[in-house]
Design a protein around this ligand. Structure first.
Ligand code: FMN
Length: 371
């Protein structure tokens, strides 16, 4: 099922960018979770396009909860929420299905559906589908918070090359939450301002840029996950790679580990306040597919936005000939900024899945860290 993920907490995303609505059904949520709706709405709004470096499409992004919640408390039944699509300009996509956009999903989507897909606004392949994903992630985050797990991401780097560095052993979560108020969420405001300008410059050149979102999860108990196929990296990567435009996923030192030596990579253990910790965190909180209890550090690399208004080479599928295309709709010149809560959602949903799986084998009244 391409738009469904999770066994313990299944997440089914549905809808198209220019259809009536997009939405999500979450099945497997425990009953009795008190949802802070203001907090959930504020989280969803972090993904909205509200600035000069985002698409001009303006949507209210108000969730309509159809089931699974009664007086703000989860009932334990499937929770379905929808978001209406309002600000759609379908005529901007009149070049489809004839001239597929280079770098977008149009051509393979036409081939997969044999021409039956709704391609308006990129249909089911649109970044719009990350809205219900973020709603689901916000619910998962509130579930995890009951266990003391907190998740926050920032823009680690952009095409311009500067890096927003955080401490992987003892990340300053308050600084990370605070940075979400900025136009580009970086812990160092000067780096965020430079990134903002870089995105504006790309937009002025009718071009786009990509970058890296880094996400931290703290308070995760040691021992979640499983070896081999169901390791935390495998599970979490599935949620992260599901985000449109993600082309790479790393944990901890990630690809740089390949250039390190054992003594430099291995994270030494130490006792701190009666707990086992590591004095550095190249493993990103993960060993053998299991959580170590140290902060989980996950990074997702985003490609530059495919839809750009510079002239590009493409083909006419009806004419069976080469031609050109300028895409003139409203698009994000860089998806990275709006993707920060999407990455947090992917990490939250993956951890909720793993946590529910672990909890299923233990008495329900116990907290994992007490086991
Ligand atoms: C938050 C978000 C917003 C996006 N906005 C746009 C957009 O405005 N225009 C566009 O062409 N692609 C946008 N994308 C990316 C495309 O959906 C994606 O690149 C496309 O479906 C092709 O998939 P792929 O890049 O994963 O191969 C967005 C992605 C995300 C996560």
């Amino acid at each position: 099922m391409s738009s469904r993920i999770g066994r313990m907490l299944s997440v089914q995303i549905f809808g198209e960018s220019h259809g009536r609505a997009v939405g999500v059904t979450l099945d497997g949520l425990p009953a009795g979770l008190k949802l802070d709706m203001d907090k959930l709405n504020a989280f969803v709004q972090r993904r909205a396009a509200r600035s000069a470096i985002a698409t001009g499409r303006r949507e209210a992004d108000i969730p309509h909860i159809l089931s699974g919640v009664w007086e703000d408390i989860t009932t334990g039944q499937p929770l379905t929420a929808i978001f209406e699509n309002g600000d759609t300009h379908s005529s901007s996509y009149d070049f489809l299905p004839d001239r597929p956009r280079p770098g977008h999903a149009d051509y393979p989507a036409i081939m997969r559906s044999l021409g039956n897909d709704d391609l308006r606004g990129s249909g089911h392949h649109s970044g719009r589908l990350t809205l219900p994903y973020v709603f689901a992630g916000g619910v998962a985050m509130q579930l995890l918070e009951t266990e003391g797990i907190r998740i926050a991401a920032h823009v680690e780097s952009l095409h311009c090359g500067e890096h927003d560095i955080i401490n992987w052993v003892d990340p300053d979560m308050d600084a990370l939450f605070e940075c979400h108020k900025r136009a580009v969420p970086t812990v160092d405001p000067a780096i965020g301002e430079a990134m903002y300008q870089h995105i504006l410059d790309a937009k002025a050149k009718q071009d786009s840029v990509g970058g890296v979102v880094e996400c931290v999860a703290v308070g995760v108990p040691a021992g979640l996950g499983a070896p081999f196929f169901e390791g935390v990296e495998s599970v979490m990567a599935n949620y992260l790679f599901s985000i449109p435009a993600v082309k790479g996923v790393e944990f901890g030192a990630g690809f740089t580990a390949a250039a390190m030596m054992g003594h430099g990579y291995n994270d030494p253990y130490a006792m701190k306040d009666g707990k086992v910790v590591t004095t550095r965190n190249n493993a990103g909180g993960l060993l053998g597919g299991l959580t170590t209890g140290m902060p989980i550090i996950a990074r997702a690399a985003f490609r530059p936005t495919p839809s750009i208004s510079q002239e590009q080479n493409t083909v006419s599928l009806s004419g069976k000939c080469d031609t050109t295309l300028k895409v003139h709709g409203r698009h994000d010149p860089c998806v990275v900024v709006r993707a920060v809560p999407v990455v947090e959602s992917a990490v939250a949903l993956a951890l909720a899945e793993l946590w529910l799986e672990r909890r299923a084998t233990y008495p329900i009244s116990k907290r994992l860290e007490d086991l």
